[in-house]
Each structure stands twice: as C-alpha cells, then as structure tokens.
Ligand binder design. Sequence first.
Ligand code: AHR
Length: 499
Amino acid sequence: MKQAKLAVERGAVISAVDKRLYGSFIEHLGRAVYGGIYDPTHKSADEEGFRTDVMEMVKELKCPIVRYPGGNFVSGFNWEDSVGPREDRPTRLDLAWKAIEDNSFGLNEFASWASKCDSEVMLAINLGTRGIAEARDLVEYCNFPGGTKYSDLRIKHGVKKPHNIKTWCLGNEMDGPWQIGRKTPLEYGRIANEAAKVMKWVDPSIELAACGSSNKDMPLYGLWEEEVLSECYDNVDCISLHQYYRNSSGDSQSFVSKGHEMDMFIKEVAAICDKVQAKKNGKKEIMLSFDEWNVWYHSDESDKNLEPWTKAPRRLEDIYFFEDALLVGSMLVTLINNSDRVKIACLAQLVNVIAPIMAEPNGPSWKQTIFYPYLHASVNGRGTALRVLSSSPKYSCEQFSDLPHIDCAAVHSEELSQLTIFAVNRSLEDDLEVEIDLRDFAKAAMIEHIVYDSAKLDAKNGPVKSENTAPRLIAPSGANERFIEFIPKASWNVFRFSV
Ligand code: AHR
C-alpha cells in the first residue's frame, strides 16, 4: 500500500480562523426562501412560518453567518418592498431569475430566522438599479438605534432593537453581463467607494466587501480587481471571489482535484490586493470574502424547462454525487489553509438551491452528500489553522500534474484542547497508509477518525435516510504521538485528537 506522512507542530501557525469562513447563503431564488427556510403550511413551521426541521439542520451545521438576499436577485431588489405590513408589500417581477416575488418574506423575517439559527447576517446592497442613497437608508434602518426616519420605521415595523448587521456586500457580480445594472470596473469602483464611504459614516463598525470578478474565467479577471480596488481601497475591507465547479466531461480525477485551482485563484487575488496596497503605499491589507463557492451543474438541463414567472420554482436543485462531497472537502481544506487571507466564505447556497439541505414540500428535510464535509469543518474547524508538513505520493491527471494524493489542513483549538486534521485522499485508485506525527503535542490522543467514502462516486442521497451515504467512525488508535491510519481511496477524513 502507498504511504504518506503528516506532521503538525504548534508553532506552524497560518492564522486564527475567522468563524465566518464557514458561512453560507440564502437568496430569493427557487425554493431557498419559499418552501425552504419559510413554509407556513409545513407541519414543522413555527409561529413565524419557519420550518423548524430545516432550522435544526442549519443549527447542526453551526452556520456562523448567512449572506442574503442575493446573488443576482439583489441587483433588482428594493429593500423597502420587503418590510412593514405584509398586505402592503408589492408583488414584483424578479428579472434575475424570471420569477414572481411577492415579498411575503423580507429583511426583518430573515434577521429573525438567522437569530433563531444562531447565525449572523451578511447583507448585500443593490448596486445594480440603485445607489448611495438607498444603501445609506438601509444601514440606517438596520443599525441605527432610533430617532431618525428609517430607524423609527424599523421600530414601527415591530423591531425595536437594531439588527446590528456587521458584514455587508457592495452589490453582486457587477462584471457579469447577466447582472441587472452591470458596470465597467471604473463605474463599479466609483459607486462602491462612494456607497462604502457613506455606509461607514452611518455605522463605522461595519465591514464591507467589494465585488471581485464573478469567476476566474471572466474576461476582465485580474484587471477588474485591480481597477476596482484602485477606486475603493480606502473604504472597503474585502474583495469577493466566486467560483462553482462542474464535472461536465466525466473526468472525475481532475474534478476532485479542483481545490488546487481554487488555491491558485485565492493566491492570485491576494497578490493583486497587495499590488494595489503597495501602489497606494497603504497600511491596510485587503482581505478576501469567498462569498459563493460550491459545485453547480447537475440542474443545468432541468432548469431549461422551467416556466417563467412562477413563484418559487424548483430551480438550481442540484442533487449531489458523492464525488461532489470530496471536492467540497478539498475546497474547505483550501479555505482553511488560506485563512490568513480569506476571512469570509459562503457555501452557496444553504437550502434547496445548490444546497447541502433539501426540504420536501409537506415532507421531510434531508442531507445531501456535501452536507457532511461542511458540517465537520464548521464544527471542528474553529481555532488556529496550522500548516501541515506532508509527504505524500503524487498523481497526475488530465488537468493537473504532480498533485499529492493527500490534501489536508489542521486546526488547533486551545479552548477545547483539540487538534483536528481534515484530509481528502484525492486518488481514485490508491488507498493510503498515513503516519501522523504529533510529537510536538505532548500526550496527543485520538478521539475519533471519521471516514466518508462510497463504493460509487455517483452515489446520491435522498429523503429516505436508510438508503443514504453517510460518514462512519473508525476505532481510534489510542494515546500516542505517532498514529498509523488507513485512508481509503476517494475519501474525506476527519482526525480529532485531544492535545
Ligand atoms: O448562487 C447562484 C447565483 O450564482 C447567484 O445568484 C449569483 O451571484 C451567481 O452567479
């Protein structure tokens, strides 16, 4: 059997992990809101119409922050439509997704839902059809205590205490031709800067993410980030990255290796931020908000047949394969290993729409394959990210050469006296025997080794629990400082140690 070695040392610190690295996303899109988190007709609905079965799963994920209300949707959204008495809220055309939006669920309902899930809100403003004035008013509505037009309006709407939303997105994917109100980098950089300035005048404690390119393949990628940041460097804190991967060619070995591409993407954007900082002789390091990431392609064909102008159609309802969970695991490993720069990341999305959680109308909610790596990383990945020293056999595939079989990250929690190593064996051919060296941690003892593997890369989950793939536990190998562990081919592994 092929062999690999991993070693972790206390001093090899990458960064404190910002808990927002394990964020997610709810957009007014398909059945994410209506029929997902909100369904007053469902038997589990609480007094506000929130599905409590879905809420339990979100809580299990310990989702620290949820981005809202879009996505492409936000670029045509008037936030004022979504607050106040329901009977006064207008029904509108959602041009982004060719759907009907009746605004029966809005900003205050979302804030209440997030607080019931113990999550924070990451709120996006509309810089497609709107601008500085509406952004200013929205911060005032959400965060100002009272005594002004919009803070008093919030109080009149029954929300006495300000929402105190700390993390904001300055629009969404403004370089995309599909975006309502697409802009050139200069146009966007200017409006992002002016909106950011005024928003921070209303509440100086907020943190703002400017839009980077919609993905790494956009024609202006690189140039966009540089020009935008040249305009708004002084007033923003982060720039966004978005990336969805697909296995359209059927080359699963290249597909599960795409975490490597994500890693290069992050390093490139960080380098551009540093270039702008240097040009400006700036003191501030711009951080990265990877606020949309996932696998997305399974629903492409079925979405072509959707009727336009319906409310909450089954759009973007990807049913994930096991191999998608491997890539999601690798993407999480990549985020942790870049946690010195990536402070926010949102698995897009959370419920029904390219999501780890599915909710059947009048039926159960259930966990997709990608639920598990996200759960394990979010629950065990809080603390300090440590660099793992590794030697692993390497492989080459159609898209990449010389990649280590093992893709791994480590997080040390002083608070819990716990060290967790997340490891994907990306090889679809070879099992591995791995030696884990924790000599730097006196008396390290393994608490558990969780393995998630499957006989079939295209295994899927569904509403019937007994038929689903799920992680399993392997008996811990006891107290020691060097552990010899078996890692099956194509598997996601979590090693938890008390240290
Ligand atoms: O998450 C689905 C969509 O993907 C979002 O609305 C958009 O921002 C991205 O293109």
